[in-house]
Design a protein around this ligand. Sequence first.
Ligand code: UDP
Length: 333
Amino acid sequence: MKKILVPGGAGFIGSHTVLALQAAGYEPVVLDNLSNGHRDAVTGATIETGDIRDRHFLDQLFEKYCFEAVIHFAAFIEAGESVRDPMKFYDNNVAGSLALIQAMLRHGTRKIVFSSTAAVYGDSADTMLTEDLPKHPINPYGQTKWAVECMLRDTAAANGLQAIALRYFNAAGADPEGRLGERHDPETHLIPLILQAAAGIRPAISIFGTDYPTPDGTCIRDYIHVTDLADAHVRALGHLFSLTEKTDGGNGFYNAFNLGNGTGFSVRQVVEAAKKVTGIDFTVKEEERRPGDPARLVANAERARQTFGWQPCYPELEIIVAHAWRYMKENQL
Ligand code: UDP
């Protein structure tokens, strides 16, 4: 079985991807510093506790396991926090990824799938985002992800790294079998916060900004089921392994892929969907804009479809919300 290092594999998307890797016959080894991840989200896979910024620890890990590839999730993710504390993000997301890529090169592991984000595009005027549009991130979080993408692109050209960046739009939902779900602390993402309002865990949901240039004045996002994201990682990895067969492993490779459904929903529409799914009429408040939020982010994911045959299985917003709601209720979150 091919051993795959999964930094950040105890987090939301990482833990779902570990399940998908196991189902596809890989042997994932999770590396997580548990700053945001949960040890109990990793079942049936080895977990090593440590930090991607720790070069000595990385050397020990690469020597111990001889990884054939890396799927790199380990990063801070909250755009608003990145505006308040950018150095925290540059340190973990950029310096951490640098240390990881250097360790890969030292140990001859040349394949990497990297968690990137729609935030690299910033506030684009285009309604459907394609991968080659200009990158103008409007918050430090997006800037750190773009910096790592550049690092991967340049290292692929110079050192034969084979890298795929997956640009997630808004990850949401939960494992359809109910094994895993979303547990951020503190929670900042729209769908789990709405569901907490529905469950009475918080008194209301706040809509951040109602004066955006969108039909109902609230931000539009492309919500993508976490299990569909996990599937995309397995396919991207398969694509990297197929490259080796075609090129005899000699050539560097870099490409980036959007992962979204291609359908945008406003914050108000997500609130309405959650009211329908839960049957609960919770309180909704309107507040000021949150710094760093682009008005609209919707994916054109044609490249992922064409290159590695990715097709979301759970594109409906109400199904995404329903899976998240079931996980919350079953786990009394
Ligand atoms: N949002 C909101 N209220 C909240 C949390 C988020 O109105 O309590 C909005 C946020 O401003 C953005 C959208 O919901 O327009 C999605 O935010 P989230 O943090 O879930 O993901 P992001 O798009 O920032 O990655």
